[in-house]
Design a protein around this ligand. Structure first.
Ligand code: FMN
Length: 261
């Protein structure tokens, strides 16, 4: 049995968040029969939710679930999240103490997979979600970025995981948290050089020195894969009658709000 894990980078650059995500996906791939893929928002057209709620009306179709923006890159992404993957590692760069506006756009537009949306109802349900976060500073806002991501995941009935059993060894329970500055392994300790070097290759790859944070990422990815596999195996071994709800979305409940889509 194969499970598929998608890493989504919410950074508008190919940089540190991707390094963190690649480490997490490498951890996921340590679990047998796990396939991984990295998705970056770089170069993608990201349109914000306008609050039109057309995704919950007859104007929406399975092909064009967001009549406001059509089959744009976010629609394509969330459809693939629904159809092709069992778990996710969401990669956030910390922007002003929390997630980036770009990742928030994806979170908002994923409303088309909740109860009322045309890609729903609740079709990310029982998929697994872990988080990695990259920031400049040691305490730059990882916690809030993680919490904001978890809340989104829980809203979709996804199952949130942390770092897993190696958490003591890698000094964090909650998520893969890497930093660019003051990494002990950086040749100059990372002290205060970053504005001067902003957007250089050195700055965009600085987290490679944060070996402790990268270990957190690897462990988080492995934990996502482990649980995704267990959940898939669990549903595979049960008949539909064994569970109150079906495996994924809550279709098949005709006559209820969830069954009407
Ligand atoms: C608009 C903006 C806001 C930022 N806010 C914070 C912040 O609040 N705390 C912090 O530690 N770093 C902050 N940073 C730095 C990024 O979090 C950091 O450089 C991160 O590693 C970038 O990831 P990337 O290389 O994948 O783009 C900010 C960067 C930008 C561009």
């Amino acid at each position: 049995m194969t499970v598929r894990i998608l890493g989504i980078s919410g950074s508008p650059r190919h940089g540190n968040t991707e390094i963190a995500l690649k480490e997490a996906l490498a951890g996921a791939a340590e679990v047998k029969d796990v396939e991984t893929e990295l998705y970056s928002i770089v170069g993608k057209t990201l349109n914000p939710c306008t609050g039109c709620f057309k995704c919950g009306t007859e104007e929406a179709t399975p092909e064009i679930p967001c009549p406001q923006w059509g089959d744009d890159d976010i629609t394509k992404l969330v459809r693939r999240m629904r159809d092709d993957f069992d778990g996710f590692v969401i990669g956030n760069p910390v922007y002003i103490g929390t997630i980036s506006a770009q990742i928030k756009m994806i979170f908002d537009r994923a409303i088309m997979m909740t109860e009322g949306g045309r890609l729903g109802p609740v079709t990310l349900r029982n998929k697994v979600c872990g988080v990695v976060i990259s920031s400049w500073d040691r305490n730059g806002g990882h916690d809030l970025a993680a919490i904001d991501t978890w809340r989104w995941a829980i809203l979709h009935d996804m199952i949130v995981v942390g770092v897993g059993p190696e958490r003591i060894d890698c000094n964090n329970y909650w998520a893969g948290c890497v930093v660019q500055a003051y990494t002990p392994n950086h040749p100059d300790g990372g002290k205060g050089i970053w504005w001067a070097k902003a957007n250089s290759l050195e700055e965009r790859t600085a987290v490679k020195f944060d070996t402790l944070g990268l270990a957190q990422c690897r462990n988080t990815g492995r934990r996502v894969a482990e649980l995704a596999k267990v959940i898939k195996a669990g549903f595979d071994s049960l008949s539909r009658e064994d569970t109150y709800w079906p495996r994924g979305g809550c279709g098949g409940f005709e006559g209820t709000a969830w069954g009407s889509k």
